[in-house]
Ligand binder design. Structure first.
Ligand SMILES: [Zn+2]
Length: 106
C-alpha cells in the first residue's frame, strides 16, 4: 500500500502507465483469413494488436530472465533443496528408529 493520496497519481492505471484511447489508436495491419486487415487497435508503439503479436515476447536480458523465472516462487516449501532436506531428515529419523528397535528401546 502507498501513502500517496489519489490526487497525486498521474492517471488511473498502475505503474505510471498513461491511459490511452483505443478509438484513436493506430490499427492492426495483420492479414486475416478473409484477406482483409485486422483493424483492431494496435498495442502502444506497435503496429499489431494484442492477438497478432503486439504483446511482449518475454525478457531478453539474463537479469530479466532470472527475475521472471522467480515469478511463481511463493515460499520454497516444494523447492528441490527443501525436498532434499526433508528426505534427509526422514531418512535420519528412520535410521535412529531402526537402531533403537535393534537395541530394544522400542
Ligand atoms: Zn490484429
Amino acid at each position: 500500500m502507498t501513502d500517496k493520496p489519489h490526487e497525486q497519481r498521474s492517471g488511473w492505471l498502475m505503474h505510471g502507465n498513461k491511459p490511452g484511447d483505443p478509438q484513436t489508436a493506430p490499427r492492426c495491419g495483420a492479414k486475416t483469413r478473409r484477406g482483409t486487415s485486422c483493424q483492431a487497435p494496435a498495442m502502444r508503439g506497435k503496429k499489431r494488436c494484442r492477438l497478432h503479436g503486439g504483446k511482449s515476447t518475454g525478457p531478453k536480458t539474463v537479469a530479466g530472465k532470472v527475475r521472471s523465472s522467480q515469478n511463481a516462487f511463493k515460499h520454497g516449501r516444494r523447492s528441490i533443496k527443501a525436498e532434499e532436506d526433508r528426505k534427509k531428515l526422514w531418512a535420519d529419523l528412520r535410521a535412529v528408529t531402526y537402531s533403537m528397535k535393534d537395541k530394544g528401546y522400542l
